[in-house]
Design a protein around this ligand. Structure first.
Ligand SMILES: [Zn+2]
Length: 144
């Protein structure tokens, strides 16, 4: 039996579980039926972020950003590319700190864009400043 991995459904916030060796088999959320893992970047709210940050075994990279931030907008396509390339082993999400100002407070974000990497219920690393897709991937691979 392969170890079960916990992974929060980033669409409905339900905590899903699947065997680690099925990570390539498009595991689905038992509640809403969404895929738990895709190569897309999810737009998440603070409640979902909190849940995933303290629960997920699958590494989750979160981009704290805001629409008024030029470097954030420049990084967005790079982040999207990294998300696609690193699926299904890493998930990528972004949270709009203008819409959820409490997110910056809760995670002590001092400048944006800031990426934080969560895994196993803990924050493993964070990095501020816009990066290109290869740098993002190298950083995630090193820290995850
Ligand atoms: Zn769901």
């Amino acid at each position: 039996m392969s170890k079960a991995l916990k992974c929060t459904c980033l669409d409905c916030g339900t905590i899903g579980r699947f065997p680690a060796d099925k990570i390539d088999a498009k595991p689905k959320c038992g509640k809403c039926g969404s895929w738990l893992i895709t190569g897309k970047v999810w737009e998440i709210d603070l409640e979902t972020l909190n849940k995933a940050a303290r629960t997920d075994d699958v590494p989750l990279v979160v981009d704290f950003w805001a629409p008024w931030c030029g470097p954030c907008r420049m990084m967005a396509p790079q982040f999207t590319m990294a998300a696609k390339d690193m699926a299904p082993h890493v998930r990528f999400a972004k949270i709009n700190t203008e819409e959820y100002p409490n997110a910056s407070q809760r995670y002590n974000i001092r400048g944006i864009p800031t990426m934080a990497l969560f895994k196993g219920g803990k924050e493993k690393a964070r990095q501020s400043g816009a990066m290109q897709s290869p740098q993002i991937k190298a950083w995630v691979s090193e820290k995850a």
